[in-house]
Design a protein. Structure first.
Length: 479
């Protein structure tokens, strides 16, 4: 019997798991994919929003601001990249300038600090590549950028170190209540759990509807993106937003914490919960709309495109509550933007709910800090040489675009919740994220995975789990 089972190992589920691991309780996370951070959390804008956009009084507004305030200290505690670079909401039509003041007042009501309107002259000093049509902008100095992969993985690794069990490749097929607990049927067998937390992203409606007569619907909202090479990374200094509309914050242009330039997303409601294909029309839309706020974006430097799905609820707010007709079952659903920023506060909120419901006691030996992978590029020459003397694998470059070493890949494989696929390696180390998009390093990374993971060989190494193998039609002896 498990005390708490969390369904979904995205950033919300992992943040909840990390906070729950502070207490004396058995906690399990089940994830249908082969790794944490495999759904919405892996494909988004990577923005730590300041919190001026959500309507005052909503959970979105409250948790966005709380999560934003937690981000600087949390990034140090769990060792993931975060930069507070600020954001600008750009107005390009004098007749809509009042909308900036509306956002300013909304942000103040939400408790966002430092908001102010900047006029065109100051805006040009801040952002030389701002559109010629830009009139003014709302400046939010507390906004930032984060690495969503490392953030999600950091929550999960820290939770695992503190005793949380993660069950990957475990898809929930049915949930039924028996007496004072739930029986969760999965493709890997049954799990009995006293409490259940539904953090299943775009599938949160399907999980909720297994236990409740009051049905909910989560609509996947597809957002397509273009990622540009690091040579374009300084085209803007802060995150540049359009004035938001009904479907969200529009197309943004932003640096990333790793030095690239990211442009997007589109916003299109779809039915397919796995519909992460990009489209020609969507990518054209990104290029056309981005020009309204930022000029001369060097699209010749695009290295890849991708799409992610936002879990859009019907009431335009997060759903975080015990289900009325399913006691001991907590929904954490409709976690769309600003879900990434809000996730630390979501973790605290849900953990506090369960603490009260279960009368949980804190552990004496909770480990609050987590150290990420060694980054040889951040070391001095003397430190790097010493590292290579101690472990020669750190002197063997595998990914030339990102200068990722064999030592970093080995660390990604052998640390808690270690990588078991090329995408798992990529999200932890950035091997394969550079200009050539894994064209050079994939075979060598596959060899390392096959060598280091007993259950894998070159035939069974995948891109992202499941049936995404690279090699077919060959016997192992031929390789």
């Amino acid at each position: 019997m498990i005390d708490v089972t969390i369904i979904g190992a995205g950033v919300s589920g992992s943040a909840i798991a990390r906070e729950l691991s502070r207490y004396q309780a058995s906690v399990c996370v089940v994830e249908k994919d082969e790794d944490v951070c495999s759904g919405t959390s892996k494909a988004n804008s990577a923005i730590a929003h300041a919190g001026f956009d959500a309507m005052p009084g909503t959970l979105m507004a409250k948790l966005n601001v709380e999560g934003s305030k937690m981000m600087p200290s949390l990034s140090k505690e769990l060792d993931f990249p975060f930069d507070m670079i600020g954001s600008l909401v750009v107005c390009t039509d004098p007749e809509t300038k009042d909308a900036l003041n509306d956002l300013l007042e909304r942000g103040k009501k939400n408790g966002v600090e430092g908001l102010r309107i900047v006029e065109r002259e100051e805006l040009l000093q801040m952002e030389p590549n701002i559109s010629d049509q830009a009139v003014a902008a709302l400046y939010a100095p507390t906004a930032g950028i984060v690495c969503p992969f490392n953030m999600n993985i950091a929550f999960a690794e820290n939770a695992a170190v503190n005793g949380v069990e993660f069950k990957m490749n475990t898809e929930v097929q049915d949930i039924r209540r028996e007496g004072d607990h739930y029986v969760i049927s999965t493709n890997q067998g049954e799990i009995e759990s006293r409490y259940v937390v539904n953090a299943a992203g775009v599938y949160a409606d399907a999980i909720h509807n297994m236990v409740s007569e009051n049905k909910i619907k989560i609509t996947p909202r597809k957002g397509e993106y273009l990622l540009l090479d690091k040579s374009a990374g300084k085209h803007v200094n802060s995150t540049i937003f359009m004035l938001p509309g009904k479907m969200g914050k529009g197309v943004l242009v932003t640096p990333t914490v790793h030095g690239n330039l990211l442009v997007g997303p589109t916003a299109k409601n779809i039915e397919n919960k796995e519909g992460v294909n990009t489209t020609r029309s969507g990518l054209n839309e990104i290029m056309e709309k981005s020009a309204q706020t930022v000029k001369n974006v060097p699209y010749r430097e695009v290295i890849t495109s991708f799409a992610g799905l936002r879990a859009s609820g019907e009431n335009e707010d997060f759903i975080i509550e015990e289900v009325k007709d399913a006691p001991q079952f907590i929904d954490c659903a409709g976690i769309e933007s600003p879900g990434l920023t809000s996730s630390p506060a979501i973790g605290v909120m849900v953990a506090n709910m369960l603490k009260e419901m279960m009368n949980l006691q804190e552990k004496d030996d909770f480990i609050s800090e987590r150290k990420g992978l060694v980054n040889p590029k951040a070391l001095t020459l003397e430190e790097r040489n010493e590292l290579i003397r101690q472990n020669p694998a750190y002197g063997n470059i595998i990914c030339r675009c990102e200068m990722i070493t064999e030592g970093e890949i080995l660390d990604a494989i052998h640390r808690p919740l270690g990588a078991r696929s090329l995408d798992g390696i990529k999200r932890r180390t950035r091997a394969g994220m550079g200009r050539c998009q894994a064209g050079f390093c994939s075979p060598r990374t596959m060899e390392i995975l096959a060598r280091e993971v007993p259950e894998l060989d070159m035939n069974t190494v995948t891109k992202s789990g499941g049936k995404s193998t690279f090699i077919t039609g060959a016997d192992k002896e031929d390789l």
